[in-house]
Design a protein around this ligand. Structure first.
Ligand code: PPS
Length: 570
């Protein structure tokens, strides 16, 4: 496979035309791109998704979904679609130009909408991701985030999305091609990653490059990866540290603004085609490449070598060679990493390895991470981002009827946590929030949801910054509570506490006299009387308050926090 480093086509117009187009585009109907669409658009415009000339048309989409091919027969495994709401699609005519804006409203491109259709999402899930199972992050996205209508058509690029972070490490395909040309690199192997690099990765990438007699490009994804991954800021600082460990001038790093789909085999082929566009000749494909974890039956979505098999099948046509990933382990007696399938004296030696789960446990509990496993600089960065659980922020979210005792217990808990010290504590009580954040809201479902989402937003920010948020709203809807949980869990633990005082007991206490007014119909939509309450199915803790004093209730929460490792002695 001969290397060809000639420039590849981009979708950008010249600088002068872009200035003109930008002014004209201001009058067009515009679509505000989602974060994933911005990633896709960047790679469409800069040639990373060559040969695509825009978001897929219906015919291209059908071909890609059914047999990984565009309508003209070219290999392309991943639907790159512009999903929009029905409302937005309704008003569009065939052939109409629209402006594509980033989240601040900057016009990045225009698109001529040639196709406008309602996709069969279940079919897409089955064919592209292997199962219509929402445990798969891309299937979940497809059903719960993506709009119901797809628009297709050619894109005219005006400007790249703006990135303020790590600017010197970001390259378009043509910039990387030019760099390789300049350095005379003829064979280059790419290592794709969404995780921090440890010693085993450094060893395997180094070997892969040596065996292919190639230079090495560390090509990490900084667009969107699997929810819950280490954030890209931390990862890039870790990669920078590892880069020093390679022999000088054989290795470089560039950041790829890709939105991953975690589609295993199809994703591997997609990654290969993208790397070919970036001027690479070789690509490392590992065990379970871009695997999304397990499905709702607890089994892996894909076989461990499915990605390698599919890549191999299309390698010739893609024009980029696969370098299969070697599983590296630490051999204690020889104090070095070795490829497990090359070790002949397995029975006589000690083979060591630390899994991803074990690493996360050690970080969470502040335990030792040995030097044979990772570089001290990398561990230091990870510990900064992921301090032990007892130093991370978290949110305690009380839910229950009005008058159930939520606020009283929440107050007692706050005082006890403040007595212990260590982290700042904020109480977001129902009444306090309604006064300070949500004074314009009433008690319709829409308003209650807005109120709870605001609480969730503030709690997630507090959690992110290492504090403790105690929330005590009624929060009657399970779906809204789940959404808040997801917001918070991106940064720390979420402890749902159901204050399970019965409605009869709350009404007989009637501390604020509201139940009487609700019964008389003077307060409408009153939770438990004339409005619903979804009882939490599996909260972290359920407190029965009848016959239990406040001190004991708050203590139950403290014990739970201790059991979860969130509070600990020095
Ligand atoms: S929600 O559903 O979570 O947004 O409600 P929340 O913000 O927690 O409610 C705060 C307090 O509002 C009083 N109140 C009502 N509650 C329920 N339904 C209706 N219609 C209503 N009208 C006023 C009530 O006292 C809530 O306070 P707590 O602390 O729960 O008693």
């Amino acid at each position: 496979m001969a290397q060809n480093l000639a420039p590849i086509p981009e979708l950008f117009v010249s600088y002068e035309s872009a200035q003109k187009l930008k002014v004209e585009a201001a009058d067009l109907v515009s679509w505000d791109l989602t974060p994933r669409q911005i990633c896709d658009l960047e790679l469409l415009m800069n040639g990373g998704f060559n040969p695509l000339k825009g978001f897929l048309t219906e015919a291209d989409y059908d071909g890609v979904v059914d047999n990984m091919r565009l309508a003209d027969g070219a290999l392309w495994p991943m639907p790159i679609t512009l999903d929009v709401s029905e409302k937005f699609a309704e008003g569009l005519e065939a052939g109409q130009d629209i402006a594509l804006r980033d989240q601040e409203g900057v016009i990045l491109a225009t698109m001529t909408v040639t196709d406008n259709w309602v996709p069969n999402k279940s079919k897409e899930a089955e064919k592209v991701f292997g199962a219509d199972d929402s445990k798969h992050p891309a299937v979940n996205y497809l059903h719960n985030t993506a709009g119901n209508v797809y628009l297709g058509g050619p894109v005219t690029g005006i400007q790249q999305p703006v990135h303020y972070d790590f600017r010197t490490r970001r390259d378009t395909p043509n910039e990387l091609r030019a760099y390789f040309r300049k350095l005379g690199w003829r064979k280059i192997v790419a290592f794709q990653t969404r995780n921090p690099l440890h010693r085993a990765h450094q060893e395997l990438t180094f070997r892969a490059a040596r065996e292919a007699e190639a230079n090495l490009l560390i090509h990490p994804v900084v667009g969107m990866t699997k929810p819950g991954d280490v954030d890209h800021f931390t990862r890039v600082r870790c990669y920078e540290a590892v880069l020093d460990k390679y022999p000088a001038s054989t290795t470089t790093m560039s950041l790829l603004p890709l939105a991953m789909r975690m589609a295993g085999p199809r994703e591997a082929v997609w990654h290969g085609l993208i790397r070919k566009n970036y001027g690479l000749t070789h690509f490392i494909v590992g065990r379970d490449h871009a695997g999304p974890g397990s499905n709702s039956q607890g089994e892996d979505f894909y076989g461990p070598y499915d990605a390698q098999d599919l890549f191999k099948e299309h390698e010739e046509e893609m024009g980029i060679k696969m370098v299969p990933f070697k599983h590296m382990v630490w051999v204690a007696e020889r104090a070095q990493y070795e490829a497990i399938d090359e070790i002949e004296d397995k029975d006589d030696i000690t083979i060591l390895n630390i899994s991803g789960t074990e690493l996360r446990r050690r970080l969470a509990e502040g335990l030792e991470i040995p030097e044979w496993f990772s570089f001290p600089e990398v561990v230091k960065e990870l510990r900064k981002t992921k301090p032990p659980r007892s130093k991370q922020g978290f949110t305690v979210f009380f839910t229950g009827f009005s008058g159930s005792g939520k606020s009283t217990i929440a107050n007692a808990l706050m005082v006890k946590l403040m007595e212990m010290g260590g982290r700042p504590v904020t109480l977001l009580d129902g009444d306090i929030v309604r006064k300070n954040l949500s004074s314009e809201l009433g008690f319709s479902k829409e308003h209650r949801d807005l109120n709870i989402r605001r609480i969730g937003y503030v709690a997630s920010e507090i959690t992110k910054n290492g504090g403790i948020a105690i929330c005590a709203p009624i929060a009657p809807y399970a779906t809204t509570r789940r959404a808040v949980r997801e917001d918070v869990e991106a940064f720390g633990a979420f402890i749902e506490v159901h204050v399970a005082t019965s409605i009869e007991e709350c009404e007989s206490r009637d501390r604020k006299g509201l139940y009487k007014l609700a019964r008389e119909g003077k307060i409408k939509e009153f939770t438990g009387i004339s409005d619903p309450y979804d009882v939490p199915e599996s909260p972290e803790l359920r407190i029965e308050t009848e016959g239990t004093d406040v001190d004991n209730c708050a203590h139950q929460v403290l014990l739970k926090l201790e059991a979860m490792g969130l509070i600990a002695g020095e």
